[in-house]
Design a binder for this molecule. Structure first.
Ligand code: GLN
Length: 549
């Protein structure tokens, strides 16, 4: 049977519960324990798939096609494991299950209530992964902040589970903020005391308090927190601001977070965490030898979380290339033929981002054209790939009206079109082409050089596809389909033969990049950007040029 760690948050949101949970999981995994993490979100959407990226950041898609919270991305990137639908549960999904059961008559005429019916369903789902026998430890992150009305049933479920489980089989870690008041030149513990008291009033007493802070906690302060929050002093953990999230496991190890968890759970006989590979990655990340500038062309650029997995993939790919990847955000809505060279000046590579709807697409097409014509390394993801196809159709094949039927349903040249099975779909939630699909790669292509194999599998989240009616025309003009779905023939990868690096993928490679396994397209794209940057320096430096002559 698995043991359970619950991670709650107090004082304010955005304290990084997901990173703390993932870091603790990493340390336990690095000791040899089998660990997974799940996130319980108190909002009423059935899943985050229908949430606006501006509001909630990116939607992370798992192998089995679940549209989930972006914290699952952190779990996968830290632990190098796959998560699934079972790892992300929302209030909406809980209610949906309970209401469906009620409609089936499963409650035999009972009044259906938050306690016990909703809390029972939360408890059942909290234990699902633990009961598979695959894990020693299941970490459950409770979304939201303690004291929110909507998180009450989750806290109540934790209370009941703690009561039901043997004492050493569950631990509660509470993450809070210790603010620094400049005027008083002091760190303040009162908000933490209040949030622990609130949690206690709801019946759950934290075993460990992790304190987010900008300044070091003195021993006296730790003692004060311990005394007033009724935990041992060793259970007060400092989580100082870190230059990168990947540093947090190392900081947590120094603070002994994993040790105290193991002690509370009475788990013995596990070695010290083996983090040599992780530290090697961190070293490369912290001390890069070079730098490249990559333009991220998108329409959600004001909110960094909207492209979370892409940004993290660049961190992994940069580290392995021993170079810092500077992301330059370029808003696609404001790129025009007249300003494109100015907007993209100084870049060593261009990534055109995924997206939905017509806003900003013309700017993306202009950016692709610039990259294609100037030999600038190009990488298009999902909508980015579709825009590359449209640009090629319009400007190389001369199909001036070329478009996607998503943006122009009346286009005479639908080079990007809706799949047959998608035409019948009306509901928005969970109905796209989602999750992992196989892809066969053409031998001798750039894609094969990148992946080093001809069969891969990557995750999807889209409705529209490359229209195969145009494929011959594209290939004759130099843009080939170097990856296809073996069963359906749907185009998964396009690339330009006569270009240093130009690739577009219909899937989302960023969803599978981890610290231990950086995603190959990102790795090779950064490498291509490095080569481009070096050449640029050569051309710009007349001395170097004449030496070369
Ligand atoms: N809107 C496009 C589609 O649905 C692309 C989606 C995406 O970029 N994820 O096909």
């Amino acid at each position: 049977m698995a043991k359970y760690i619950f991670v709650t948050g107090g004082v304010t949101s955005s304290l990084g519960k997901g990173i703390i949970a993932a870091s603790l999981a990493k340390l336990l995994q690095a000791r040899g324990l089998r660990v997974t993490i799940q996130k319980f979100d108190p909002y009423i959407n059935v899943d985050p798939g229908t949430l606006n990226p501006y509001e909630h950041g990116e939607c992370f898609v798992t192998e089995d096609g679940a549209e989930t919270d972006l914290d699952l991305g952190h779990y996968e990137r830290f632990l190098n494991i796959f998560t699934s639908q079972a790892n992300n549960v929302t209030t909406g999904r809980i209610y949906q299950t309970v209401i469906n059961k009620e409609r089936e008559g499963a409650y035999l005429g009972k009044t259906v209530q938050v306690v016990p019916h909703i809390t029972d369903e939360i408890k059942r789902r909290m234990q699902l992964l633990g009961q598979t026998g695959e894990y020693d430890i299941v970490i459950t992150e409770i979304g939201g902040t303690v004291g929110d009305i909507e998180s009450l049933p989750f806290v109540e479920a934790v209370r009941q589970l703690q009561w039901e489980l043997p004492e050493e089989d569950s631990v509660v870690v509470h993450l809070t903020l210790i603010p620094y008041l400049k005027a008083a030149k002091e760190l303040k513990t009162k908000p933490t005391q209040h949030s622990v008291r609130m949690l206690s009033q709801e019946g759950v007493h934290p075993d460990i308090i992790v304190c987010r802070t900008e300044k070091t906690l003195s021993p006296e302060l730790r003692r004060k927190i311990a005394l007033f929050c009724n935990v041992k002093q060793e259970a007060v953990i400092e989580a100082a601001d870190a230059p990168t999230i990947y540093e947090v496991p190392v900081l947590m190890m120094r603070e002994g977070l994993d040790k105290i968890v193991l002690k509370k759970m009475n788990i013995t006989g596990y070695k010290e965490p083996e983090l040599s590979k992780w530290k090697e990655f961190l070293d490369k990340l912290k001390y890069p030898k070079g730098k490249v500038a990559i333009g991220l062309i998108g329409k959600y650029i004001e909110l960094q979380d909207a492209y979370k997995s892409i940004l993290e993939s660049f961190i992994h790919a940069g580290a392995i290339n021993e170079c810092q990847v500077q992301i330059v955000n370029v808003h696609s809505e404001f790129i025009t033929d007249d300003n494109v060279s100015e907007k993209l000046a100084g870049l060593d590579g261009l990534l055109v981002a995924p997206g939905f709807g017509h806003r900003g697409v013309e700017g993306k097409i202009v950016a692709v054209k610039f990259a294609r014509e100037n030999g600038l390394p190009f990488f298009g993801i999902c909508l980015g790939m579709q825009m590359a196809a449209i640009e090629f159709a319009r400007n190389v094949l001369g199909l001036k009206d070329a478009h996607s039927t998503e943006m122009n349903p009346e286009t005479k040249e639908p080079v990007i079109d809706l799949m047959e099975e998608q035409k019948k779909v009306t509901a928005k939630g969970g109905t796209m082409r989602l999750g992992s699909y196989p892809c066969e790669i053409k031998a001798g292509s750039l894609a094969e050089r990148i992946y080093g194999t001809t069969t891969i599998s990557e995750r999807h989240r889209h409705r529209w596809e490359f229209n195969n009616k145009y494929l011959e025309q594209f290939e004759n003009a130099g843009m080939i389909a170097s990856g296809k779905n073996p069963g359906t023939g749907l185009v998964e990868i396009i690339e330009l033969s006569r270009h240093p690096f130009f690739i577009g993928v219909q899937y989302h490679p960023e969803l599978k990049s981890t610290v231990e396994n950086p995603q190959p397209i990102f790795v090779h794209f950064v490498k291509a950007a490095k080569a481009y940057a070096e050449k640029k320096i050569e051309v710009k430096n007349p001395l170097l040029q004449s030496e070369m002559i």
